[in-house]
Design a protein around this ligand. Structure first.
Ligand code: PHE
Length: 339
């Protein structure tokens, strides 16, 4: 009888099953009331007394072995049927909802790409700045209102540490460390101490550009910006430059484009003028070049700066600045197909 039990043990150890039905069949064969183990129990009565102990132990061992083995097979087949222990690489993937790019990021990318075609490289710099890079090197007079707490967020006074109010600070840094020709684009976030409303925010985004080389003229500035305006707003777009003032450029100008809503005829959006303002620009003031270690007798250059929110409003008619930072998905999802 011991031989028979040992043979059954070997048999049980080798059991295999590939489905729940097969496992159930094995359970019936070995562990049910009429199964092999019960059969042995029944035969146990006839075992001579001196062998009862050894055979009893052997039967119990077989029973434990069979129970464990069949439970293990059961678990394995259930897992396989769940599909959790193997991945079907040929299965069609379930569709995944893609996120959308933020409208400001879409427009910034487009500005960068247009000037990229003119050879401008992107430069970045810190948002927390010192007075020199934001104001002093850029020819701001000591009493210029931008240096006032009303307009600028100061982190510390004397020496001043502040949040940059324009990305011209990046241009300062690049001029200080490189030799012309310089042709750079500085996209980034800037901060101004304004009460938040539909038309103003305490932070916004700019892209500023700088081109310095021998013999750069106002005509180059105008032509480069015309190219930008047409690429951004369509080939029919016209530009006009109005005299303006910035401490770091001389002469300075503000640039308008023909209203891209009415095509220049005059509408509510352009307040009947046919023109909308899009950026500030000018020839870099020689004082700025000299302050940054570039010889103003040898080199000249132009600079321009625009608000990304403003361009985005013109392109996509987003007229409340607050929408850009509220992360309302109903708003953001409208840009799924823009680019
Ligand atoms: N730095 C100016 C601003 O923040 C924009 C500008 C840049 C104007 C370069 C002229 C030249 O408003």
């Amino acid at each position: 009888m011991l031989d028979k039990i040992n043979a059954l043990k070997t048999e049980v150890e080798a059991l295999q099953a590939s489905s729940a039905e097969e496992v159930e069949a094995l359970r019936l064969k070995y562990l049910s009331k009429k199964g092999a183990v019960s059969q042995l129990m029944a035969d146990f009565r006839n075992v001579p007394a001196d062998q009862k102990k050894a055979i009893g132990m052997a039967i119990n061992e077989l029973k434990t072995l069979a129970t464990d083995k069949i439970n293990a097979l059961k678990e394995a087949t259930e897992l396989a049927e769940d599909g959790t222990d193997e991945i079907d690489l040929t299965r069609t993937a379930s569709p995944m909802r893609l996120g959308t790019r933020h409208p400001l990021s879409i427009v910034r990318q487009e500005i960068v790409s247009i000037f990229g075609r003119l050879g401008y490289a992107v430069e970045q710099g810190p948002e927390i700045e010192d007075d020199w890079h934001v104001f002093s090197a850029l020819n701001f007079a000591a009493d210029h209102p931008a240096r006032d707490m009303q307009d600028t967020f100061f982190i510390q006074r004397n020496p001043d540490v502040l949040l940059r109010t324009h990305t011209s600070s990046v241009q300062t840094r690049v001029m200080e460390r490189s030799k012309p020709p310089i042709r750079i684009l500085c996209p980034g976030r800037v901060y101004r101490n304004e009460a938040i409303s539909a038309r103003a925010h305490c932070f916004f985004h700019q892209v500023e550009g700088l081109y310095i080389d021998k013999g750069v003229s106002f005509a180059d500035l105008k032509q480069s910006l015309l190219y930008f305006a047409r690429e951004m707003f369509g080939p029919e777009t016209k530009i006009r430059l109005r005299p303006s003032y910035f401490p770091f450029t001389e002469p300075s100008a503000e640039m308008d484009i023909s209203c891209n809503l009415c095509g220049g005829k005059g509408c509510g959006f352009c307040k009947g003028t046919g023109w909308v303002e899009i950026l500030g620009c000018g020839m870099v003031d020689p004082n700025v070049l000299d302050a940054c270690g570039i010889d103003s007798k040898e080199y000249s250059g132009f600079a321009f700066g625009m608000g990304v929110e403003r361009i985005t409003n013109l392109k996509y008619r987003v007229n409340d600045l607050r929408l850009f930072s509220e992360n309302d998905r109903r708003f953001l999802n409208e840009f799924t197909h823009a680019h």
